[in-house]
Ligand binder design. Structure first.
Ligand SMILES: [Fe+2]
Length: 486
């Protein structure tokens, strides 16, 4: 991956960006070499901690080693290693990859909302005996039950709120007081709820607002004798990527931490899940190029593939994309396209976002987590410090992006892939760069940290990431929180 047309000025500038001066002969060496200039800059700066000026000797050593790696990689690719015998079982249950049919027409949006309504009202119908809203004017009974979209929520005064609920037949005002009012104030527009209450004229005074929820015991307890690792938001290519923490993670997962207990734990791992933002991407936000260590998307994925290739091959790695990856922004997102996914070793499976996966009988739902921003900003009791609480709200609503039209763009597929139709055993998300785990009604929830220190954007919005934390979970057993950043 030689970067073409690079000149001496650019090389000097790249070193200057990292705080180093470089000897002119060292620049010549870089320009005449066959290896990627960015890789030379990166590796030289990593090694020359605190040096005043980068010398030709230092650069030529780096070039020699990179050249050696490049040749070895080329040879290895020529006689592509056989994919290790399929020892473990991963089955993709639901994924938009290869199935996207939406073009963004009005009909697509109608079909999308119908799908959302049918699926979620189907879950609610187990507990709510709903009548059509248009029939309310003819009903004699005092207590009524309805299911519908939340059109709007308005606080009338300290003790009262009004919700407008709509189904396919009509709309009605629902008043909520006391505890029910508190619940009403946490509803989002376009989410689908059940209401039971008393008819008072043309409106309803709610006794209960019913969310789709999950059964008390989820899917029941599943016990397995292996562990799973959950990571996300690695952001390979960013200049805030935490090389040192990543190196420690690689040593640990390869059972080379030097600590017997930790190495035994690593040995128990069969699967690594990566919930998006594998690379930092290009042009994701204004002036991102100032914060990139690798400013080419191909080179970012090449670096990512190299890094995953360092992980022992008896592990299965499942990677889904996030909003920084090179796929469409609107959710559901398909898996990485072939040009990037083919760079990765045979033990890596690329899936879409979201994706339901059956792993030896344990159902894992991976979702990058973009809607967590929306949920956290909408419900005041939630915070970035405790992302698992926001995940609980997604699960209770049985939808991964219940707020339509906020910061999470949604592609109107005919089938709403973001509905949590089947209750999974595990939900894995990321995106907010903070860490947290919880159990909600038997479902293990994990939001999995990041490998990037605080970015300029995060400084501005006062978001303090919790980098380098890895969740290790043995289904039915222990959860370990390993910290690789100090
Ligand atoms: Fe991220």
């Amino acid at each position: 991956m030689v970067i073409k047309n690079i000149d001496a000025k650019t090389v000097v500038a790249k070193f200057a960006l990292n705080g180093y001066n470089i000897h002119p002969d060292a620049v010549k060496l870089i320009l005449s070499s066959n290896v990627d200039a960015d890789a030379v800059v990166r590796e030289t700066c990593r090694r020359c901690n605190g040096a005043f000026i980068i010398t030709p000797d230092e650069v030529s050593e780096v070039i020699r080693e990179l050249e050696k790696t490049r040749v070895e990689k080329k040879k290895a690719l020529e006689k592509k290693p056989e994919v290790p015998e399929k020892r473990y079982e991963i089955r993709i249950l639901k994924d938009v990859t290869g199935r996207s049919a939406c073009r963004g027409t009005v009909e697509d949006f109608v079909a999308y909302f119908n799908s959302r309504f049918e699926k979620i009202s189907g879950i609610l119908r187990n507990r709510v005996k709903a009548v059509p809203i248009s029939s309310l004017s003819r009903i004699r009974a005092d207590v009524v039950e309805i299911i519908g979209f939340v059109n709007s929520v308005r606080e009338i005064n300290e003790s009262r709120a009004m919700i407008e609920v709509e189904d396919k037949t009509g709309r009605v005002r629902v008043y909520a007081e006391g505890k029910v009012k508190e619940q009403a104030m946490e509803l989002f527009g376009d989410e689908i709820v059940g209401v039971t209450g008393r008819l008072t004229g043309r409106s309803i005074l709610a006794d209960r607002i019913v969310l789709p929820e999950v059964p008390v015991n989820g899917n029941g307890k599943k016990i397995r004798d292996f562990s799973m690792v959950f990571i996300s938001d690695i952001h390979f290519g960013s200049n805030t990527f935490l090389h040192e923490s990543w190196e420690k993670f690689i040593s640990w997962i390869n059972c080379e931490s030097g600590n017997r207990r930790l190495d035994e734990l690593a040995e128990s791992v069969r699967y690594i899940f990566v919930a998006g933002d594998v690379v930092d991407g290009i042009g994701v936000y204004p002036d991102q190029d100032r914060e990139l260590e690798i400013d080419d998307i191909n080179a970012q994925y090449e670096f990512a593939a190299e890094q995953f290739d360092r992980i022992r091959k008896d592990l299965k790695i499942v990677i889904s994309p996030g909003n920084h990856d090179a796929v469409r922004q609107a959710e559901p997102q398909p898996a990485l396209p072939k040009e990037f996914s083919s760079l990765f070793s045979g033990n890596v499976t690329h899936v879409g976002n979201p994706c339901y996966i059956d792993v030896e009988g344990v159902d894992v739902l991976m979702y990058h987590g973009r809607s967590l921003d929306d949920i956290i900003s909408r419900i005041p009791r939630l915070s970035y410090e405790s992302p698992q609480d926001a995940m609980v709200e997604l699960l209770r609503r049985r939808h991964l992006a219940p707020l339509y039209g906020e910061r999470s763009p949604i592609a109107p597929e005919k089938d709403d892939y973001l509905v949590i139709d089947d209750v999974p055993d595990i939900i894995h998300s990321g995106h907010v760069h903070t860490y947290g785990t919880a159990f909600y009604r038997g479902v293990f929830l994990v939001n999995s940290s990041t490998w990037q220190s605080q970015t300029e954007f995060q400084k501005k919005v006062n978001l303090n990431p919790m980098p380098g934390i890895v969740a290790v979970y043995q289904p039915g057993g222990n959860i370990y929180r390993l910290k690789f950043y100090s």
